[in-house]
Design a protein around this ligand. Structure first.
Ligand SMILES: C[S@@+](CC[C@H](N)C(=O)[O-])C[C@H]1O[C@@H](n2cnc3c(N)ncnc32)[C@H](O)[C@@H]1O
Length: 358
């Protein structure tokens, strides 16, 4: 496994923290701050806080950093699969999937439902892969313990994102068409799953605090009770496929076995209906930031922001100053990688952390 400790050398003076973060099962998730964790840790080491809300947790890596630092963490995201990952490795302190339970998950039960195979045949993955997802989704109900179920779903999600070319679900195509020999595309979903159950098991730990995973719109969360609130909302997209649900609808559906979801009738890849978020539109974004900062004005605010985002940095600082006496900006060059090999687009951006204190 590639660990953060290896990737980032000696950036963490505390080797134990690096070892812990190296156990985080990273996802190729749009806007993930995984490669910025040591920097975020450095900046937050100057702040005094015991309780923290990661209000847009996404892949869960920043919440995992805070958990590793011994904080009492609440991880929230509007997407169910993000909240499920947080339940598996942020809220969960001790449950893991035993070998016997893994065997149970891999068992064949002829009563299993066939929704995934029937819906996505010819769109994503191979028939065997789709059948496997149907089977495990059926079997995991037999685990009983919601944390174990969350671990199994997280492993299914990570398997699917790794096996999917480019890690996004915007265009149809099974992995056999991409014959570049990459291991992640060569392995079946079953082989991936066995590996990722182990990876998620290894990521579970107890930091001595009560931690929580929540799936909610940020504006429905309680406004108080957090010393620090970390904010990493989506940006106004430059292209439509920047939308989280458009990219990851399959993972969202999978995490719910498509229960209570709405598939768009005219979608070739069976996308789910988008949920409105005011951060994704030019005409609503500035007001959304204002409401966000106002809502959490009693907490120290920590906002992640990239130079290619909207609104401009100056505007965000001005808005945060309405609610916070001191606003400080830390900046770092960062390179985002999307895709692999020749399909890659590399975006060089400056990453900012904007800290608002009273
Ligand atoms: C930039 S990503 C967060 C990335 C995360 N910090 C990481 O490192 O993986 C933004 C996240 O905000 C979530 N989101 C968008 N609108 C939201 C809302 N109104 N309330 C809660 N979460 C929202 C998206 O589902 C997405 O996971």
């Amino acid at each position: 496994m590639t660990t953060l400790a290896v990737q980032q050398g000696t950036l963490f003076p505390d080797g134990q923290l690096a070892d812990r973060l190296g156990l985080f099962p990273s996802l190729r998730f749009m806007g993930s701050k995984f490669r910025l964790l040591s920097w975020i840790s450095q900046i937050t080491s100057e702040l005094r806080f015991g309780t923290v809300l990661d209000a847009f947790s996404g892949s869960g890596c920043v919440a995992y950093l805070f958990k590793s630092l011994g904080k009492a963490v609440t991880a929230n995201d509007a997407m169910n699969f993000s909240a499920t990952i947080a339940r598996a490795i942020i809220e969960n302190r001790e449950a893991f999937i035993t070998q016997q339970e893994l065997d149970l998950l891999l068992e064949y039960d002829p009563r299993h439902l066939r929704f995934i195979q029937q819906t996505f045949d010819g769109i994503f993955f191979t028939v065997e892969d789709l059948r496997f997802l149907d089977q495990v989704s059926w079997q995991l109900q037999k685990l009983g313990d919601p944390y174990k179920q969350a671990l199994a779903v997280s492993a299914l999600v990570r398997s699917s994102i790794k096996r999917q070319p480019r890690g996004v679900f915007t265009v149809a195509g099974d992995p056999d068409r991409y014959k570049d020999g990459r291991r992640d595309l060569r392995l079946s979903l079953r082989e991936h799953f066995i590996e990722h159950v182990e990876a998620y098991n290894a990521a579970v730990f107890d930091n001595g605090q009560a931690n929580f995973a929540v799936r909610a719109d940020v504006f429905d969360l309680p406004a108080t009770g957090f010393d620090l609130v970390y904010l990493d909302p989506p940006y106004v997209p430059r292209a439509d496929d920047n939308c989280y649900i458009k990219r990851y609808h399959f993972l969202e559906g999978l995490s719910l076995y498509w229960k209570d979801t709405e598939i768009l009738a005219d979608s070739r890849v069976k996308k789910l209906k988008k949920r409105f978020t005011p951060f994704s539109y030019r005409r609503t974004a500035v007001d959304a930031f204002d409401r966000l900062f106002r809502k959490f004005r009693d907490s120290t605010l920590l906002l992640s922001y990239s130079s290619n985002g909207f609104p401009d940095l100056d505007v965000l600082i001005e808005v945060m100053r309405r609610y916070k006496d001191r606003v400080e900006v830390h900046s770092k060059d960062h390179r985002y990688h999307f895709g692999t090999h020749d399909a890659a687009t590399r975006n060089e951006v400056t990453e900012h952390l904007i800290v608002g204190t009273s």
